[in-house]
Design a binder for this molecule. Structure first.
Ligand SMILES: [Ca+2]
Ligand SMILES: [Ca+2]
Ligand SMILES: [Ca+2]
Length: 255
């Protein structure tokens, strides 16, 4: 009976129309404050900028559909400045695979990271999805671009692989994906471009694990019986801070 009840509740959630207020179901959604970067972020797949070093990770990804295999964790961080939203993913991965190289190819079949973003929390279906495989191939969509979702952002990305691509005879270590999304990508929906300090957007961060051990993991649990990422009701909550990350200044050594 409990299982049936849970199924009913989830089914109701999936059918909930766009009029759902973004604040009605926030009880167990993760929240994160996005701090401002203190200097330039170079999109090169290396998160060695001081701002990345000072930024807190959003928290562990969850594996609601886990059945078997290693739960390969992801550390994701967010930063912003007047021009861009920055996202970095540090992904543990023992088997790295990717084949898609064309824009808007089905990169989710590869080792892939994804960002789904809703700038206007009063219009829950007005969200964008950005998906980047470990080769740096981009798929971007805007859910209001009917019927195909066709949309081309100015997202820039770079990846670094620690391991061997498409060679499962060995064990890899992981990969890093660094992304900048210009705020003018959101001009059709965002209340403010760039956001004003204190603005709240909603987003979710996802990962798909490629050919071997294709685990689906995510920051905010979508709560669906089967793997499904297009669940804006379950996007987490992010606050744009007026403050910069607290970068530690190098201390001169006495000699
Ligand atoms: Ca960098
Ligand atoms: Ca390999
Ligand atoms: Ca993988």
């Amino acid at each position: 009976m409990r299982a049936r009840l849970t199924t009913l509740i989830v089914a109701t959630l999936l059918m909930t129309p766009a009029v759902v207020c973004a604040t009605e179901q926030v009880a167990d959604l993760p929240e994160h404050t996005i701090m401002r970067a203190t200097g330039p972020i170079v999109i090169d797949g290396r998160i060695d900028e001081p701002s990345w070093g000072a930024a807190a990770a959003v928290g562990d990804f969850v594996f609601p559909w886990w059945e078997a295999g290693d739960k390969e964790q992801t550390e994701a961080r967010l930063l912003w400045d007047d021009a861009n939203l920055y996202i970095s993913f540090v992904a543990d991965d023992r088997h790295i695979s990717a084949v898609h190289t064309d824009r808007d190819a089905p990169v989710s079949q590869d080792d892939c990271v994804e960002i789904f973003i809703m700038p206007d929390t009063s219009h829950i279906r007005h969200y964008y999805n950005f998906e980047v495989n470990v080769l740096g191939t981009i798929l971007d969509r805007f859910q209001l671009s009917e019927p195909t979702g066709a949309y081309t952002s100015k997202l820039s990305t770079a990846t670094q692989i620690d391991g061997t691509l498409n060679d499962d005879t060995d064990e890899d270590t992981g990969f890093v994906t660094e992304i900048a999304i210009p705020f003018d990508s959101f001009v059709d929906t965002a209340p403010n471009v760039p956001p004003k300090p204190g603005d709240i957007w909603r987003l979710n961060l996802y990962r798909i694990g490629g050919k071997v051990n294709a685990q689906y993991s995510q920051w905010s649990n979508t709560g669906t019986p089967q793997p499904r990422y297009h669940v804006p009701e379950r996007f987490g909550i992010v606050h744009f801070s007026a403050d910069s990350v607290a970068v530690k200044m190098a201390t001169p050594t006495a000699d």
